[in-house]
Design a protein around this ligand. Structure first.
Ligand code: NAD
Ligand code: LMR
Length: 329
């Protein structure tokens, strides 16, 4: 058995938290040989902290063999102390009729403070995964506060979009989900995101040839994946939670599994024509646990280039909108 790792989770008493914590404690995120200490962080609100106490009781009642400790706090300096992984879920979700970017002014400021505290107190090997929306830009805000931890340690989640795209392709082709490979998400976690279908395969053949319907791929497929979050809010009256928690398990599990190839929003450094300073979804290959390299070899046709330009434009607009939350150069 390995020594326990410390996993800090913000918004731990929220909807996503309620699906997520039990998966982490059961070993789904870090594997069956990796004990964890959960450091649960909630807003300093009486009701939220009381609910967190209840979640902690339920975690105790599961008697998870891998769960070696639970910290409950509203103080980020306590919650992020020595954390190896910081999962930033805590933020306001959008309601019907809102876009994720509408949350920026409220949620963005959470990530200024959290970026600073993580940089000051988290473990030397700390990794950060941002889920709270708008996830790409919040991740950029948190990373911009860090002086000790390099920007590549900060990732944002587009794995839910990848999972959604995989299922849509499988359904359209009438294929088993596991037959769909190499579908990756580029850009923002918003309706402008681009699920790059031209590189996907189904049963080892190009998805474009199997589906044989470019109009569907360019239209309804991209739109369904891009607007899936809004469709769930409309149907459920609340934003996706269990599938988001599942996607975060996948995001981190892939990032700790050398050789895994998966979609992650990372600092673009100019890859695929994205502005160098935005966090954009793109395919990465995990190298060593927690580290990755961007796969830069996928060629983009004119349609893909126009989609990437549109999602890059939106990321730049979000960046301009939060300019006052970024350190002055
Ligand atoms: P929720 O409202 O159920 O829970 C959020 C929790 O965060 C609440 O308990 C709240 O008290 C807490 N919180 C707020 N500010 C905090 C702070 N400063 N520190 C610690 N905790 C804080 O919301 P949810 O459904 O769990 O969603 C959380 C976020 O995740 C939302 O922004 C939502 O839009 C986003 N989300 C992202 C994806 C994605 O794919 N990236 C998917 C689904 C949801
Ligand atoms: C999602 O994609 O389901 C989440 O980002 C929630 C939302 O606001 O769409």
């Amino acid at each position: 058995m390995n020594a326990p790792i410390r996993v800090a989770v913000t918004g731990a008493a929220g909807q996503i938290g309620y699906s997520l914590l039990f998966r982490i404690a059961s070993g789904a995120m870090f594997g069956p040989d990796q004990p964890v200490i959960l450091q649960l962080i909630e807003a300093p609100i009486e009701k939220a902290l009381a609910a967190l106490g209840g979640v902690a009781m339920e975690l105790d009642d599961c008697a998870f063999p891998l769960l070696k400790g639970i910290v409950q706090t509203s103080d980020p300096a306590v919650g992020f102390k020595d954390a190896n992984w910081c999962l930033l879920v805590g933020a306001k979700p959008r309601g019907p009729g809102m876009e994720r970017a509408d949350l920026l002014k409220d949620n963005g400021k959470i990530f200024i403070a959290q970026g600073q505290v993580i940089d000051a107190v988290a473990a030397a090997d700390a990794r950060v995964a941002v889920v709270g929306n708008p996830a790409n830009t919040n991740c950029m805000i948190a990373a911009s506060q860090a002086k000790r931890l390099p920007p590549e340690r900060f990732t944002a989640m587009v794995r839910l979009d990848q999972n959604r795209a995989q299922t849509q392709l499988a359904k359209k082709a009438g294929a088993d989900l596991t037959e769909v490979k190499d579908i990756f998400i580029y850009g923002n976690h918003s309706p402008t995101m681009f699920p790059a279908f031209a590189h996907a395969t189904i049963g080892g053949k190009p998805a474009k040839a199997v589906i044989n319907d470019d109009a569907w791929l360019q239209g309804p497929f991209c739109e369904t994946v891009g607007k899936r979050g809004a469709a769930i809010i409309a149907a459920r009256g609340a934003s996706s939670a269990a599938s988001a928690a599942n996607a975060l398990v996948d995001h981190v599990r892939s990032l700790v599994t050398p050789g895994a190839i998966h979609s992650v929003a990372v600092k673009s450094n100019g890859h695929y024509g994205f502005d160098a300073n935005v966090w954009a979804g793109m395919p990465v290959r995990t190298t060593t646990p927690g580290s990755y390299e961007v796969i830069t070899s996928y060629a983009m046709d004119d349609f893909a280039k126009s989609k990437i330009a549109a999602t890059n434009k939106e990321l730049l607009e979000e960046r301009a909108f939060v300019a006052d939350m970024l350190p002055k150069a």
